[in-house]
Design a protein around this ligand. Structure first.
Ligand SMILES: C[S@@+](CC[C@H](N)C(=O)[O-])C[C@H]1O[C@@H](n2cnc3c(N)ncnc32)[C@H](O)[C@@H]1O
Length: 251
């Protein structure tokens, strides 16, 4: 059996990422995941861009270690247009991987960290943000890495049904405002999340995913439009005042 050591940062998210990238179910024992019937080359090629896998042990006794430093030059301090709400590249890559899609839309794109990591993974990327100063930052950062988004536009995410057709979006990956240093056009953050999640449902293709960070302080009670399949919900402690909750939904 092939064996993978789960990330000590978050074992459940690490497992979800592996299963999404390999498109199989695995068995978990202790800190390890086990699976069989996949050849070595294909396992490495599917997991080499994982955000959380560090080591894979194969049945023949060999192992593969992720020793590259994939985010070199893309840490927040390296980007020409900085904003404090920026997501670290590892988190952005993780979210893109969880989308299970080659094309992603971030409707709260801010300074574009999700779009940048998505593009480095070879995905087609589109972003909107209702703040024109954020769109300027996103443009500067995307230009810096020579990334050409499919779409980058100042727009209110609550109105995306005016911008996209039904069943047209492959996946949505986003980190909406949580009422700390990021701002919102809607004073009621809960209402913003609820409305956005519901409005997006018809726009996603069947099987399309939404990977969204929902502040852990926000109760999940009746927040998710019931037609979605809820694939997973994982908490990631960041620091005293902030735990990020990653939620993965599917149409
Ligand atoms: C947490 S930040 C996103 C940060 C981004 N992930 C990054 O790494 O740069 C949230 C963003 O949502 C934007 N925003 C807030 N309300 C919005 C709305 N109704 N429509 C579109 N964007 C909105 C804010 O301008 C802000 O840039």
């Amino acid at each position: 059996m092939t064996k993978i050591k789960l990330s000590s940062e978050n074992q459940d998210l690490s497992r979800f990422e592996v299963e999404t990238l390999l498109k199989i179910k695995t068995k978990k024992r202790g800190k390890y995941l086990y699976f069989n019937k996949l050849n070595k080359k294909s396992v490495i090629s599917k997991l080499e861009n994982s955000a959380l896998v560090k080591k894979i042990y194969f049945e023949d006794g060999s192992h593969w270690k992720n020793s590259s430093s994939p985010y070199k030059g893309r840490f927040p301090k390296d980007k020409p247009a900085f904003h404090p709400t920026v997501l670290k590249p590892k988190m952005a890559r993780l979210m893109c991987n969880l989308s299970n899609s080659k094309s992603i839309l971030d409707p709260f794109c801010g300074s574009a960290s999700i779009l940048i990591e998505g593009a480095f993974l070879g995905k087609e990327v589109s972003g909107i943000d209702y703040d024109s100063r954020m769109i300027e930052r996103a443009k500067i950062n995307l230009n810096h890495y020579k990334i050409k988004p499919k779409l980058l536009k100042k727009y209110n995410a609550l109105n995306i049904s005016e911008l996209f057709k039904k069943n047209s979006i492959h996946s949505i990956v986003c980190d909406p405002p949580y009422g700390q240093s990021s701002t919102t056009s809607n004073s009621n953050i809960r209402q913003l999340f609820k409305q956005f999640i519901e409005n997006s449902y018809p726009l996603l293709k069947k099987g399309g995913r939404m990977v969204i960070i929902i502040p852990s302080k926000l109760s999940m009670n009746k927040l998710i439009f019931p037609k979605y399949k809820k694939l997973g919900q994982f908490n990631w402690y960041v620091h005293g005042g902030l735990t990020r909750r990653f939620v993965i939904l599917e149409k």
